[in-house]
Design a protein around this ligand. Structure first.
Ligand SMILES: Nc1ncnc2c1ncn2[C@@H]1O[C@H](COP(=O)(O)OP(=O)(O)OP(=O)(O)O)[C@@H](O)[C@H]1O
Ligand SMILES: [Zn+2]
Length: 741
C-alpha cells in the first residue's frame, strides 16, 4: 500500500467501449456507501481505474475481525472510523485523487440529503443490510441518480443496475425475509434446536434491557395459548405453579434486580409451569427445571454428560469451546450485572439527551454476546439440546454468513466495470427516457450454481414492477423537513396532512415494503397517547416515505374532491427546534406545477383555435381536460413559504397563490388588475389582490382570492386557503395553493 500506482497503465484495459460521448471516470464523481469488505476492494479498484472524485460513507469503526479482508485497514487503525481510514489509504495509493470520507449513518445522518446525492453522477452501494440499501435506493430515485447495488453472501454476489423508471429498483421485487422466522410456540414452549434457544435468548435480552415498546419484542414466558395445549385449562396455577409474564415480572423486580432471582424465574419457575402443560410432553422429552444453587454445581457439558458433541480434537480458540453449565451460570450472572449497569446508565443519559433509553443487542458487543450465549445454553441444557460455543452463537444470532474475500474482490471488479458502462451512457440518459440507451447493459451475478451458467452471469435488465410503491408512481414525493425527535404523530396528521395538504382522512402507510399502517382512516378511536408520540418513537427515520391515501366516499361524494394519493418524504433536521414546525421543500414540485400549467395552456388554446365543433373532439378534449384536473388534484400539495403553521419562521411576507380551474374554461376573477385577463392567469398572486382590494369581491385576507363561475358573476365566492374545499363546489373550480415562485 505504500507504493503509488500509476493508473494510466491500465486505462486501456478499462476502456469498455469506443463510445466517446460518455463521461470519463476522471470527469465524474462517485459516491460509495459502505467501506467494508466490498467497499475496500471497490475503492481500490475505482482509484486504479482513474476515478478521481469519490465520496465514501460508512457509519462504523474498524474492528479486529475486519482486518482479514478489509485490507485498507491495519491493526493500528482499530477503533478509528472506516470511512476516514479507507480514504487515507486510498490517498496514499493514489495521491492525485479527491476522496472525501463521511463518517455517519446513511439513513439517519441529515448531512446526506437530496443536495448531497446530487453532487454525484453515480452512487454505488457496498452495504450489508436491506434497510440501508432501501434508503439509498429511495434517495437515488428521488434525485434521479443511477445506482449500482453490489453485495455478496458467501460465494454468491451481485452488481445490479438501477435506473429510475427504466429498470427495476431495489424494492421492485419483494426481498426474501432476511431472518428465518420460527413459530412463537416453538421458541417459548418447545425448543428442539440450538437456534430456538438462541432466538429465545435474544428476545429475553430485549425484555430485560431492550425497547419495551418494540412490537417485535416477543414475550419469553411460556405460551399458554399453544395450540397443542388445547385440553389443558389455560393459565390456571397447576400444582401451585403460576405463569408470570417476564415483562411484568421484570418491571416489578427493577428495584432489586437480582440476577439469581432472574435465573430462578426463567430456568426454574417458568420451566416448572411448562411441565404442567402435559400435552406438550406426550411425544417430547420434558424439560427439567434447575435452580441456581444446583446449576452452579453442574460441571457437565450436556444433560447426559456427552461432552463436546462430535467436535474434532483440533486446537480451538477459547470462544470455540463449549463450556460447563456452571461456567454458563457464572457467565449469565456476570453479563446480567454488567448489562444492568449499562442499562441504568443509558436511562440516565436518555433523560437529558435524545439517546434511546434502552440497549440494542449487538453481536459484536462482548457482554451482549455472553448474555445470549449463557442464556441460550442454560435453556438448551434444560431441554436436552446440544450446547453451542460462543463463536457459533455469534454467527447464528448475528445471522452471519461468512464473508469470502475472493467473492468480494470479484464483485468489486465487476462493479467498477458496471460503473464505467453507466458513465458511458450518462449523457444520453437525460434525453432518452426509454430503455434504448441502456439496453446493452446487464445485471451481473456471481454464482456457484453451475446449472444456471458460468460463475459470472449476465442477466438482462428488467422493466420496473408496475406495482412497486417506490418507483411505479414516478410522481415525486413531497419532501417535508422536520425534527423527527420533536414532531409528533398529531402534528403530522392533523397539521400537515389534514390541515395543510387538505386531505380528508387518509390512511398513512409506511412505504418501506412492510405495508405497516401508521395511521388508519378507519380507526375512529385515535389513541391520544399515541398521537402525542414523536415520529422517531415509531422508528421513522430520515428518508422514510409515507403514502397518504384517501379513498372515495361513495355516499357523500365528498371524496371526489379529496381522492388523492400523496407521498411524503420525511427529512430529518436538528436545526428545527419547534415541535410543530415543518418546512416543505418544493423545488421539484413547483417545477411540476409549471409543467401542468403549460400543458393546460396548450390544451385550452388548442381548443379555442379549433373551429370544428365535432362532438368526438369535444369529448376527447374534456377527457384530456379531466386528466389534467386529476393531475392538478393529485398535485395539490404545495406551499413552501411560511403558512399558518410555521409563521414563526422568519422568511418574509406570505406570498400564496392559487392555481385555478373553472369548469372547462379559464378562471375569471374580477378585481381590477386581473379582470379580463387571458388564460395565462392560472396562477394568481393573492398578494396583489390585497394590494388592489378596491374590488367588491376581494377578501381582505392576503391568503385569499376570488373565483367566479365563468358565466355567472353572481356566483362569486371568496375562497381562502384553508376553506377552499368547503366553499368551492366540485364543478365550479379547483384550487391548488402553491408558493409564489
Ligand atoms: N446505514 C449505514 N450507513 C453507513 N454505512 C453502513 C450502514 N449500514 C452498513 N454500513 C457499512 O457497510 C459496510 C458493509 O461491509 P461488510 O459487509 O463487509 O460488513 P462489516 O460490518 O465490515 O463486516 P462484518 O459484519 O463481517 O463484521 C460496513 O462497513 C458497515 O459499517
Ligand atoms: Zn421499484
Amino acid at each position: 500500500m505504500a507504493t503509488t500506482f500509476d493508473s494510466s497503465s491500465i486505462n486501456n484495459n478499462c476502456n469498455l467501449s469506443n463510445n466517446t460521448i460518455g463521461k470519463l471516470p476522471e470527469e465524474s464523481s462517485v459516491l460509495v456507501v459502505g467501506a467494508g469488505g466490498i467497499g475496500c476492494e471497490l475503492l481500490k479498484s475505482l482509484a486504479l481505474c482513474r476515478f478521481r472524485s469519490i465520496g465514501v460513507i460508512d457509519l462504523d469503526t474498524i474492528e479486529v475481525s475486519n482486518l482479514n479482508r478489509q485490507f485498507l485497514f491495519r491493526r493500528e487503525h482499530v477503533g478509528q472510523p472506516k470511512a476516514t481510514v479507507a480514504c487515507d489509504s486510498i490517498r496514499r495509493l493514489c495521491p492525485s485523487i479527491h476522496i472525501e470520507p463521511f463518517h455517519g449513518d446513511v439513513i439517519t445522518d441529515s448531512r446526506f440529503d437530496v443536495s448531497f446525492y446530487k453532487q454525484y453522477d453515480l452512487v454505488i452501494n457496498a452495504l450489508d443490510n436491506v434497510q440501508a440499501r432501501q434508503h439509498v435506493n429511495r434517495m437515488c430515485l428521488l434525485c434521479s441518480r443511477p445506482l449500482i447495488d453490489s453485495g455478496s453472501t458467501g460465494y454468491n454476489g451481485q452488481a445490479t443496475l438501477i435506473f429510475k423508471g427504466r429498470t427495476q429498483c431495489y424494492d421492485c421485487i419483494e426481498k426474501p425475509k432476511q431472518q428465518r422466522t420460527y413459530a412463537v410456540c416453538t421458541i417459548r414452549n418447545t425448543p428442539s434446536q440450538p437456534i430456538h434457544c438462541i432466538v429465545w435468548a435474544k428476545f429475553l435480552y430485549n425484555q430485560l434491557f431492550g425497547d419495551n415498546e418494540d412490537p417485535n419484542n416477543e414475550d419469553v414466558t411460556p405460551d399458554a395459548d399453544d395450540p397443542e395445549n388445547v385440553n389443558n385449562e389455560q393459565d390456571n396455577p397447576i400444582n401451585g405453579h403460576h405463569r408470570v409474564s417476564t415483562r411484568d415480572w421484570i418491571h416489578s423486580e427493577m428495584e432489586k434486580f437480582d440476577p439469581k432471582r432472574i435465573f430462578n424465574k426463567l430456568f426454574f419457575d417458568d420451566i416448572n409451569y411448562l411441565t404442567t402443560m402435559k400435552n406438550l410432553w406426550e411425544k417430547r422429552r420434558q424439560p427439567i427445571p434447575i435452580e441456581y444453587e444446583k446449576a452452579c454445581q453442574i460441571k457437565e457439558y450436556h444433560q447426559n454428560g456427552q461432552g463436546d458433541h462430535g467436535q474434532s480434537t483440533m486446537p480451538k480458540l477459547n470462544d470455540q469451546r463449549i463450556q460447563t453449565i456452571s461456567d454458563y451460570v457464572q457467565m449469565f450472572i456476570d453479563s446480567v450485572n454488567e448489562l444492568k449497569q449499562r442499562s441504568d446508565k443509558q436511562r440516565q443519559i436518555a433523560s437529558t439527551s435524545k439517546e434511546p433509553s434502552f440497549l440494542v443487542w449487538d453481536k459484536n458487543d462482548d457482554a451482549d454476546l455472553r448474555f445470549v450465549t449463557a442464556s441460550a445454553n442454560l435453556r438448551a441444557y434444560i431441554f436436552g439440546i446440544n450446547l453451542t460455543s460462543k463463536f457459533d452463537v455469534k454467527s447464528m444470532a448475528g445471522n452471519i454468513i461468512p464473508a469470502v474475500a475472493t467473492t468480494n474482490a470479484i464483485v468489486a471488479g465487476i462493479t467498477v466495470l458496471q460503473a464505467r458502462k453507466v458513465l458511458s451512457i450518462l449523457p444520453r440518459l437525460s434525453t432518452d427516457h426509454t430503455l434504448t440507451s441502456i439496453k446493452h447493459l446487464t445485471n451481473v451475478f456471481v454464482s456457484t450454481d453451475r446449472k444456471t451458467g458460468g460463475i459470472i452471469q449476465s442477466i438482462p435488465l428488467e422493466e420496473p414492477n408496475s406495482s412497486c410503491i417506490q418507483c411505479s408512481d414516478l410522481e415525486q414525493p413531497v419532501r417535508v423537513r422536520i425534527n423527527m425527535s420533536l414532531f409528533t404523530l398529531y402534528s403530522l396528521y392533523e397539521r400537515l396532512i389534514r390541515k395543510h395538504l387538505k386531505m380528508n382522512k387518509p390512511d398513512v402507510i409506511i412505504a418501506d415494503g412492510s405495508g405497516r399502517i401508521l395511521i388508519s382512516a378507519d380507526d375512529d378511536d385515535e389513541d391520544e397517547q399515541m398521537m402525542l408520540k414523536t415520529l422517531d418513537q415509531f422508528k421513522l427515520i430520515n428518508g422514510t416515505i409515507l403514502l397518504c391515501e384517501e379513498e372515495y366516499d361513495d355516499e357523500t361524494n365528498e371524496a371526489l374532491l379529496q381522492h388523492m394519493k400523496i407521498k411524503l418524504m420525511l427529512e430529518h433536521t436538528d436545526t428545527i427546534t419547534d415541535k410543530d414546525e415543518y418546512i416543505i421543500v418544493d423545488d421539484q414540485v413547483i417545477g411540476e406545477i409549471k409543467q401542468i400549467k403549460q400543458s393546460l395552456k396548450r390544451k385550452l388554446s388548442d381548443h379555442d383555435d379549433d373551429d370544428d365543433d365535432d362532438d368526438d373532439d369535444h369529448i376527447q378534449h374534456l377527457d384530456d381536460y379531466q386528466n389534467e384536473v386529476n393531475i392538478v388534484k393529485r398535485t395539490k400539495r404545495l406551499s413552501t413559504t411560511p403558512n399558518e403553521h410555521n409563521t414563526n419562521i422568519n422568511t418574509g411576507p406570505i406570498h400564496t397563490s392559487f392555481v385555478m380551474l373553472v369548469d372547462d374554461e379559464v378562471p375569471v376573477h374580477t378585481n381590477g388588475h386581473h379582470e379580463g385577463t387571458s388564460k395565462d392567469d392560472f396562477i394568481i398572486n393573492t398578494k396583489k389582490h390585497k394590494q388592489n382590494n378596491d374590488d367588491n369581491f376581494v377578501s381582505n385576507d392576503s391568503n385569499s382570492c376570488v373565483i367566479l363561475d365563468d358565466d355567472d358573476k353572481t356566483n362569486s365566492k371568496p375562497v381562502t386557503n384553508t376553506e377552499q374545499n368547503a366553499n368551492v363546489a366540485d364543478d365550479d373550480c379547483y384550487c391548488v395553493d402553491i408558493a409564489d415562485s
